[in-house]
Design a protein around this ligand. Structure first.
Ligand code: NI
Length: 163
């Protein structure tokens, strides 16, 4: 039960595909508590397990005051053409760029008791669902930029004090 430090761009844990959550034990329950604590501060929309150093398929979200989590999420459906939307990531602090995101998305997974969880919606919800499931595949929003914006972003990273 703690707000865990966020792993930053350059940490290999952010680039490794995550393993499925298997048997739910005390470790998994503690991970969920930490994900919920870590996503709670204002301005945070989502935290994926690898961002706190754990390479398993789980994320938490904090959207319009609604805080929750999902285990083994799968992006099962998107609707609409991908469009550029302003986006940032806690693991790439200080940067903000247009990422290509579908305007509607649906994710299915389970909770700690194995009950089905469905998250779906448009706008910020759709964006967060695509962003967080990407994290679990070792992808960052930087991978969803135009080549020109990506060059700018990489330069900004190199010039960042945290890098
Ligand atoms: Ni992120």
């Amino acid at each position: 039960m703690a707000i865990r430090p966020i792993r930053l761009f350059g940490d290999p844990v952010l680039r490794a595909p995550c393993a499925p959550v298997g048997l739910v034990d005390d470790g998994v329950r503690a991970l969920v508590r930490d994900l919920l604590d870590t996503v709670e501060p204002p301005g945070r929309a989502g935290v994926a397990a690898p961002q706190i150093g754990v390479g398993v398929r789980a994320f938490s979200y904090n959207i319009d005051g609604d805080i929750g989590y999902i285990l083994n999420p799968v992006l099962v459906e998107v609707r609409g053409e991908a469009e550029p939307v302003g986006e940032g990531c806690l693991s790439v602090p200080g940067l903000w760029h247009d990422a290509l995101r579908h305007p509607w998305a649906r994710v299915e997974g389970v909770d700690l008791d194995g009950n089905p969880v469905v998250l779906e919606g448009e706008g910020l919800i759709a964006q967060a669902l695509q962003h967080e499931t990407d994290h679990l595949d070792g992808k960052l929003y930087l991978d969803r930029l135009t080549p020109e914006d990506r060059r700018v972003a990489m330069r900004e990273i190199r010039e960042s004090a945290w890098f």
